[in-house]
Unconditional design. Structure first.
Length: 528
C-alpha cells in the first residue's frame, strides 16, 4: 500500500491498477495481494486533504461518496443493504414540489394543516417526523414506503420526485474496492489476455462443462454484486433491478471467468420474450454486464465492459457470453440492435462498436450496409492506419447486425418490428372479445386459447402460471392454435406452463422448439 501522502490522481491510478491485477491475476498470490490492498483503500483516502478526497467523489472507491438520483427499485435495494449510509442530498435538491407530493400520501389527517402551512420546509418537516428514527432521512422515507400499498403507486411517485441521494461508501463491501463474489475455486491463467477464438461460431456451440442453477442464498448474493457494480457507476438496469434469486445461473468458462445469468421475478417477466440479464466475473470481480431477450430461435443482446477493464479481453468474453446463452436457449441466431452499434449512441459510435461485432462474424441485415462494410473492411486491410469517418460509421450503424449459427434458417427469424405488430394484434383480439371490461375480454381470450390448446382445466394452476397464460394468450390467439396438430399443441402447453414456472430459461428453450407457434405468428404479422 502507498505509505506516504499522495495526490488523488495517484490513488485513482493505483486503484485502477489493483482492480485489473485482482481481476486478471496470474496466480493466487498476486490476486490476494491486490485484494488485501484494495480492502484497506478507504484508510489511504483518509490521509488526503478534503479537497483531494472530493476529487475522487463518485468514483465508487471505498471511502468516497456516490451522488445520484436512483430509481425507486435501486433505492429499495440501498435501504435494505446499506442502512444509515444513504441520505437525501439536500445540497442538490432543486425543487421539493414532487417530493412534497410523495410525502402528502404518507400524512395522517392530523398532520395536513402543518405540512401545508409553509411554516416548515420539507427538510424541517422530515426532521420532525423522523425524530425517534435512528436512521437517515432516506431510511425513514423508505421504511414508510416499504409497508405502504400499493407499491406501483409509490414507484411512480418516488421516480417523479427524482430525489438526489448521497451514499457514503466508507468501507462498504459494495464499493468498487470490495465488491467481489467469492469464488469456490481458482485457477492460474495460461496467458496474459485472450483474444477471440479462430472459429467464433464453433466456440459458441462448444458445450459448457457447467451451467449451474444457484441456491437462493447464492443467487441473492450474486444479485447484490450485480446491483452494486452498476450503482457505484451511476447505472442501473431492469435485468438486475428485478432479478429473481431463485433463477440465477453461474457458468464457469475457464481460468477464473464466470458468466452469471439472471432470470426475472415472475411479475416482471415480459409476456412473449424471455429477458435475462448477465454479469461477467473474473476471479469474482464484476467486469461487464448486459441483457438478452430470447424469442423463438434468436437472442437479442449486447455487451458492456466497465471502464476499468476495457481492452482487457472483450472479444473473448463476449463469445463466452454468447456460448452461455446458446447453452441455455439452444438459439441459432444472435442480434445486435442498431443502438448497440452507435445509432443515437455516441459512445458506441466512438468506441468502434460496429467493427467489434463485425470481426466476430456479425453482419448488417441490409444489403446496402453489408456492401459498405465490405468496402470499408477492404480499405482497413490495405491500410492499417485507415479509419472510417463518422459519416460512414453512422451509416454502418443504421441497421441491426446478425450472427447466424450453422443450421439457422431465414424462416426462423422473427423480425424485431413484428414485436410491435404482434402487440397490435393482441390489442385487436382483446378488443374484439366482447367483454364489458378489458379484464373480461382478456379472460375470454385466455379461456378460448386454453380450450384450443387442449388444457382440460386451469384449477390446479398456480397464480404465476395463470398470469403467464393470460400474457401469452393474445399472441397465441393470433396464431390460431385450434388448427394445430396434437403434437404441436402439447409442446406449446409445456412452454406456456414453463413461462410461469421457477426457471424462465426453460420457456426460452421450449418456445425455441415450437416451430408451429413461430411460423403461425410470423404469418399473422406478415399479413398486417
Amino acid at each position: 500500500m502507498l505509505k506516504r501522502p499522495v495526490r488523488a490522481s495517484a490513488l485513482r491510478q493505483r486503484h485502477s491498477s489493483l482492480c485489473l491485477r485482482r481481476a486478471f491475476s496470474r496466480d493466487k498470490e498476486e490476486r490476494e495481494a491486490a485484494n488485501d490492498e484494495l480492502s484497506e483503500f478507504d484508510n489511504a483516502l483518509q490521509r488526503l486533504k478534503r479537497a483531494e478526497r472530493d476529487e475522487l467523489g463518485d468514483s465508487g472507491i471505498a471511502g468516497t461518496q456516490i451522488h445520484y438520483s436512483f430509481s425507486f427499485d435501486v433505492a429499495r435495494w440501498l435501504a435494505r443493504k446499506a442502512p444509515a449510509a444513504v441520505a437525501i442530498d439536500w445540497a442538490d435538491v432543486q425543487d421539493c414540489e414532487q417530493l412534497d407530493e410523495l410525502l402528502r400520501h404518507l400524512l395522517l389527517p392530523s398532520e395536513d394543516e402543518y405540512f401545508d402551512s409553509g411554516y416548515a420546509s420539507t427538510r424541517e418537516w422530515l426532521d420532525i417526523a423522523r425524530a425517534s428514527h435512528e436512521g437517515t432521512d432516506f431510511d425513514w422515507l423508505m421504511a414508510q414506503l416499504e409497508v405502504a400499498k400499493p407499491r406501483a403507486m409509490w414507484r411512480q411517485l418516488y421516480d417523479a420526485a427524482d430525489i438526489p441521494l448521497v451514499w457514503d461508501l466508507a468501507d462498504s463491501r459494495f464499493s468498487k474496492s470490495r465488491n467481489v463474489f467469492p469464488a469456490r475455486s481458482s485457477s492460474a491463467r495460461r496467458c496474459e489476455l485472450r483474444s477471440r477464438p479462430a472459429n467464433v461460431k464453433q466456440e459458441i456451440q462448444r458445450p459448457l462443462s457447467s451451467v449451474a442453477r444457484q441456491t437462493k442464498s447464492r443467487g441473492t448474493a450474486l444479485i447484490d454484486v450485480a446491483m452494486a457494480s452498476l450503482a457505484t457507476r451511476h447505472r442501473e438496469t431492469y435485468h438486475f433491478n428485478f432479478a429473481n434469486p431463485d433463477d440465477v445461473y453461474l457458468a464457469d468458462v475457464g481460468e477464473g471467468i464466470g458468466v452469471v445469468v439472471f432470470g426475472l421475478r415472475p411479475e416482471y417477466r415480459f409476456p412473449l420474450e424471455c429477458t435475462m440479464g448477465y454479469l461477467i466475473l473474473s476471479n469474482g470481480v464484476p467486469i461487464g454486464y448486459g441483457g438478452a431477450s430470447a424469442l423463438f430461435k434468436q437472442v437479442n443482446t449486447g455487451i458492456n465492459i466497465f471502464d476499468e477493464y476495457r481492452g482487457s479481453e472483450a472479444s473473448f468474453l463476449w463469445v463466452q457470453v454468447m456460448r452461455v446463452y446458446h447453452a441455455l436457449t439452444a438459439c441459432t441466431r444472435f442480434i445486435a440492435n442498431a443502438y448497440q452499434l452507435g445509432d443515437d449512441n455516441s459512445e458506441a459510435l466512438k468506441s468502434g462498436a460496429f467493427w467489434f461485432y463485425y470481426r466476430l462474424g456479425y453482419r448488417p441485415v441490409l444489403a446496402s450496409v453489408r456492401r459498405l462494410a465490405g468496402a470499408e473492411m477492404n480499405r482497413r486491410q490495405r491500410n492499417p492506419n485507415y479509419r472510417s469517418s463518422n459519416k460512414v460509421l453512422r451509416a454502418l450503424a443504421s441497421c441491426d447486425m446478425h450472427l447466424v449459427l450453422p443450421g439457422a434458417k431465414q424462416s426462423d427469424l422473427f423480425d424485431e418490428e413484428w414485436l410491435a405488430t404482434s402487440s397490435m394484434l393482441a390489442t385487436r383480439i382483446i378488443g374484439q372479445a366482447g367483454g364489458r371490461t378489458r379484464s373480461e375480454s382478456a379472460n375470454a381470450v385466455m379461456q378460448r386459447v386454453a380450450r384450443d390448446l387442449g388444457f382440460r382445466s386451469l384449477q390446479s394452476w398456480s397464480t404465476r402460471e395463470r398470469a403467464a397464460l393470460a400474457g401469452l394468450a393474445p399472441f397465441l390467439a393470433a396464431a390460431k392454435p385450434a388448427t394445430w396438430s396434437t403434437t404441436d399443441k402439447r409442446l406449446t402447453r409445456k412452454a406456456v406452463r414453463a413461462k410461469g414456472g421457477d426457471a424462465e430459461a426453460l420457456y426460452a428453450r421450449l418456445v425455441g422448439q415450437d416451430d408451429q407457434f413461430l411460423q403461425s405468428l410470423r404469418k399473422a404479422c406478415h399479413h398486417e
